[in-house]
Ligand binder design. Structure first.
Ligand code: FAD
Ligand code: NAI
Length: 467
């Protein structure tokens, strides 16, 4: 029987990153994946394919809506969804193959099959190629990720009533796509199909899009998505979803207590994701899940059984690829005897719509709730030369800083390339910069990042230059 220092069950961003770090630290490492490709949700049916379709649909939207103003004439513009999906799949295939290469390069043993605990040090693999193998680990990491959440009132048939996984490989552009949940997946995949010409309707429990982010972001994002022709039903509650042939009817309670229905040809259920532990046989290792299906871990990401760790979507915290990656590295370094640290508050959150939304640190609502005295500085992209040149004038940067010390507490951006811009804000918060510090740093002109500097100037004595 093969014996390892560390076994990872699940080869998503948390699992494969952790495995690589273990190998770098000289630990004999194995990784088990139940599908035949590595990379987990993120590479196969999450981050990467959704961004590929976001990019393709954005090219089409720009070609049909902004090229003429740039002085570029195009005739016979059309969407070839089959080609778009094919290109997306090629990007996915290249990326997942890259992980196979990384496993080989780092001499990590890869097993394809369902992993399940036999006891707290032994894992059985029901191999995809047939047969079983049992391996032993001094340490085991559960990195099994998550699956889309669904409610009995919204039965998924994966053809017309779909999750993000099916929405990434539709064979036609929907005529009317009804999206339940205007969170991150709803916003991103709703943007894809709205840009390609679908009518999109959002039905959302809460009172805004992306309701857990700073409220200003949700409001601004709604304006942008509305420009794509979307409708919004906030504070509305879905009571049932019924498919009839090629038609889907969504029954809804309005905030006034009345009933309404929406009829479309597809319904995307994007109401969150749930931790995935099916088939793991956790009990055999002396583990169980909490009432939300998550595996409990302590501050060192150890479960109730100290040599079994867990990370990523299957434990508490944000369901983000880069959070899972940090945790993979954290576990590897902990096993190697180091004392790593993760600053959870400073994990950035990004929505890849256009304009993009990106944030780090506290929201204004959280600061109010904490009773913290703060000041704000905002700067709109429309006042920026770079944004006017590229015709990306929607959105703003909002900086929240401590009223007394001027330390930056939160940065919220909706605008062009916000996903990349947020990195500067993460550095600023990690090094506990003040708004004044950023105000005094030279930012290249013309760039979108000048908006961050200007928002910091606005936060320190209302001294933005270009507004
Ligand atoms: P996962 O990536 O879910 O990987 C877990 C792996 O474990 C899977 O491959 C699974 O098959 C395997 N597994 C499960 N059980 C077993 C078992 N018993 N034996 C063997 N293998 C098993 N996050 C971002 O940060 N940025 C984004 O842009 C982004 N976009 C997204 C878009 C969509 C449409 C979706 C759905 C998600 C997106 N996410 C994004 C979230 C991101 O994909 C997850 O947070 C991330 O993949 C979690 O990583 P993980 O390693 O915890 O688990
Ligand atoms: P989400 O939590 O972002 O949004 C779900 C939305 O559905 C919420 O706004 C919620 O209020 C609403 N909702 C819940 N139940 C409802 C109901 N019965 N009726 C109407 N609305 C309801 O979850 P989502 O969009 O499914 O994404 C899952 C996770 O995947 C995210 O939390 C995120 O961590 C990750 N993800 C990250 C991305 C990124 O980083 N860019 C992209 C896509 C997903």
């Amino acid at each position: 029987m093969q014996e390892y220092d560390v076994i990872f069950i699940g080869a998503g961003p948390g699992g494969y990153t952790g495995a690589i770090r273990c190998a770098q630290l000289g630990l004999k490492t194995a990784i088990i994946e139940k599908y035949n490709t590595l990379g987990g949700t993120c590479l196969n049916v999450g981050c990467i394919p959704s961004k590929a379709l976001l990019d393709s649909s954005e090219h089409y939207y720009n070609a049909s809506h902004t090229f003429a103003e740039h002085g570029i004439k195009l005739d016979n513009l059309a969407v070839d969804l089959g080609q778009m999906i094919k290109r997306k799949q090629e990007v996915v295939d290249q990326t997942t193959k890259g992980i196979v290469f990384l496993m080989k390069k780092n001499k990590i043993d890869t097993y394809f099959g369902l992993g399940s605990f036999v006891d707290a040090n032994t894992v059985k693999i029901a191999k995809n190629e047939g047969g079983e193998e049992t391996i032993k680990g001094k340490n085991i990491v559960v990195s099994t990720g998550s699956k889309p959440m669904a409610f009995p009132s919204m039965p998924l048939d994966k053809e017309r009533v779909i999750t993000s996984t099916e929405a990434l490989k539709l064979s036609e552009v929907p005529k009317h796509l009804i999206i339940i949940g205007a969170g991150v997946i709803g916003a991103e995949l709703g943007s894809v199909y709205a840009r390609l010409g679908a009518k999109v309707s959002f039905v959302e429990f809460a009172d805004s899009m992306i309701p857990t982010m700073d409220k200003t972001m949700g409001k601004e994002l709604q304006k942008a998505v509305k420009k794509l022709g979307a409708d919004f039903y906030f504070n509305h509650k879905v009571t049932s979803v019924v498919r009839n042939g090629d038609e889907v009817t969504v029954n809804i309670d309005t905030p006034k207590g009345e009933q309404m229905t929406l009829t479309g040809d597809y319904c995307l259920v994007s109401v969150g994701r749930k931790p995935y532990t099916e088939g793991l046989n956790l009990e055999a290792a002396g583990l169980k899940t909490d009432n939300r299906g998550k595996i409990d871990v302590d501050d060192n990401l150890r479960t109730a059984v100290p040599h079994i760790f867990a990370l990523g979507d299957v434990i508490r915290g944000a369901m983000l690829a880069h959070k899972a990656e940090e945790e993979g590295v954290f576990i590897a370094e902990t096993i190697a005897g180091q004392k790593p640290h993760i600053h959870y508050r400073l994990i950035p959150n990004v929505v890849y719509t256009w304009p993009e939304v990106a944030a780090v640190g506290y929201t204004e609502e959280e600061l109010k709730e904490l009773g913290k005295s703060y000041k704000t500085g905002s700067f709109p992209f429309k006042a920026l030369g770079r944004a006017r040149a590229s015709m990306d004038i929607d959105g703003l940067v909002k900086v929240l800083a401590d009223k007394e010390t001027d330390e930056i507490l939160g940065v919220h951006i909706i605008g062009p390339r916000a996903a990349d811009m947020i990195a500067e804000a993460v550095v600023a918060l990690e090094y506990r910069a003040s708004a004044e510090d950023i105000s005094r740093m030279s930012h290249a002109h013309p760039t979108y990042t000048e908006a961050f500097k200007e928002a910091c100037l606005a936060a320190t004595g209302n001294r933005a230059i270009n507004m």
